[in-house]
Design a protein around this ligand. Sequence first.
Ligand code: TYD
Length: 137
Amino acid sequence: MLVYKYMFQPHGDARGQLIALEEKKDIPFEIKRVYYMYETAQGIVRGCHAHKKLEQILICIHGSCKIKLDNGKEQKIVLLERPYEGLYVANDMWREMYDFSPGAVLMVLASNIYDESDYIRDYQEFLDYVRDNPQED
Ligand code: TYD
């Protein structure tokens, strides 16, 4: 199972750092939606779903958190702790976000608008779905 972590190019100078992200250039899809999580309570696990079509890039722009990715066969845990790291999360991938540091802000760039019908929120349903809809590796 391949995990793609983008390392974005900071534009730094004596004033500080700046990162610019353009769709189809720095981000591999057209960005239709941006959302972010903040003030996440201690011990909380978010996500716990997969998407049938949606692609996302997760960027922990402040603090750190862990992401568990699961393609139905393998699991990988990724630590996001730098504002210049972006984790690509493909469709058909179960994800859980946890271990948020105090004050962490997790920003998500998404390839489509919010669509509840694209969600798989039940883990067994996800396993059945990826078994019945195998993807090329
Ligand atoms: P939820 O799906 O529970 O977040 P996560 O699975 O990432 O932990 O979303 C929380 C609420 O926010 C829920 O009422 C749906 C709403 N929401 C939107 O309205 N638009 C969005 O783009 C997202 C991601 C969530």
